[in-house]
Structure formats: C-alpha cells, structure tokens
Design a protein around this ligand. Structure first.
Ligand code: 13P
Ligand code: ZN
Length: 211
C-alpha cells in the first residue's frame, strides 16, 4: 500500500474506532510503518477527525520529518517495531473494558485476558500487564523491549491496551477483539468461566497461525 493510501486508511480506521466509542477526546494513538520510516497520529489529536496530510511522519532514525508533532507515546510504538520484525502497525487505546482490566488489582499480570473464545486466541494471544509509568514516559519503551517481542498485545497498568499487527487493519481488528473480550471478562467476573483447553488453543494456532 502506498503512503497516501495508508494515511487515508489510518484516518478512516481511526474515525471508525472513535465513532464506536473505542476512543474519546484525544485519547489513543496509532502508527504504521512506511518504506522510509513510520506514520503516527499527532499528539493531542482526536482519532475522530484526523487530516491524512497532517499525520506525523518520522524517518527510520525516529526524526520528525513531516506533519504535526508526533504522539508522545512514540517510544512505546518504536519499542514494538524494534522487537517484532513482522509488526507493521501499533494501536493504543483507552477503550473502557480493557482499561478496566488494567486497573483491577486482581488481574493476572501474566494472563490479563484468558483464552475464552477462539477469536481472542487467533487475533490477540496472551496479554501481559506492563507496570505503570506516566503517559509519554520513555521508560514505557524499555518495559516493552524487556518483553523481547513475545506479546502482540499488552495492557499498560491503569492506562489502556496496546496492540501490534502485521498491517494497520489487523492491528485495529485485534484491538477491537481485545476490547470485546475484556468486556466479556468483566461481565463474567465471579461466574464459573470455562477457558479453552490447551489442545483447543493448539488446534487454533495450527489452523490459523498468527493472523
Ligand atoms: O493516549 C495518549 C497518551 O497515552 C494520547 O497521547 P497523544 O495525544 O500524545 O498521542
Ligand atoms: Zn494513552
């Protein structure tokens, strides 16, 4: 996909997320790689009304070369690209239910989202909790790098989800799947939930791979 089309797709998918309440105000940020660097939503921008031509562009060394100033979470996004060669897009939201799980003190930090449906296994996988740092703190990048690329999705404690994908649409769909599964997890709190069995999870991985 060429850069012009990718900019348009970033604005379209962002608008769709905003329209459905996955992001409010100026919360959240989205990035995707291009041949000579990466595109990322401008800091303090509203995902509901991005101007494709004003999306920030950084070169391969991380220098701001075009558009408005980049999201302050650029460290977070770059850490995913640095540790996951197949990742081409990263989506960070403050979507309600995933953020709720990121605030609950009894969320298992190694297994924030249990494998309760096939699609969360196929699109998201295991989700790790990343300790709290303030929004825009470069240490978020260090915390992601310490995971050595093992997780496609994480929850930032008391903040929200971050999801990586092989392209922009995959990352957005995975972020939506994560949010809807988080909603189920919150709805089912206290109820005797049946997780998918390890053999069922293996079958999904064998059949569908990592999509
Ligand atoms: O979600 C956000 C911070 O965590 C929004 O920050 P930016 O507006 O700088 O992208
Ligand atoms: Zn945020």
């Amino acid at each position: 996909m060429n850069e012009t089309r990718l900019r348009e797709e970033m604005a379209e998918l962002s608008r769709s997320l905003f329209a459905r309440g996955f992001s409010v105000g100026s919360a959240g940020n989205i990035s995707a790689t291009v041949d000579d660097g990466l595109l990322i939503t401008p800091t303090n921008s509203c995902l509901g009304s991005l101007d494709p031509s004003r999306i920030s562009k950084l070169d391969r060394e991380g220098r701001h070369v075009d558009g408005e100033p980049p999201s302050k979470e650029i460290f977070l996004h770059r850490a995913f690209y640095e540790t996951q060669p197949a990742t081409r897009a990263v989506v960070h939201l403050h979507s309600t239910y995933a953020t709720a799980l990121s605030c609950l003190s009894d969320t298992d930090p190694n297994d924030c989202i249990p494998p309760i449906t096939p699609y969360v296994v196929m699109r998201v996988g295991e989700v790790r909790l990343v300790p709290y740092v303030r929004p825009g703190d470069a240490r978020a990048g260090d915390l992601i790098r310490a995971l050595e690329g093992r997780y496609k999705a994480v929850l930032l404690a008391n903040h929200g989800p971050v999801v990586a994908g092989k392209d922009l649409r995959s990352a957005v769909y995975a972020a939506e799947e994560l949010e809807e599964t988080a909603k189920l997890v919150v709805m089912l709190r206290g109820a005797p939930v049946r997780r998918l069995a390890p053999a069922q999870i293996d079958e999904l991985k064998r059949t569908f791979g990592s999509q």
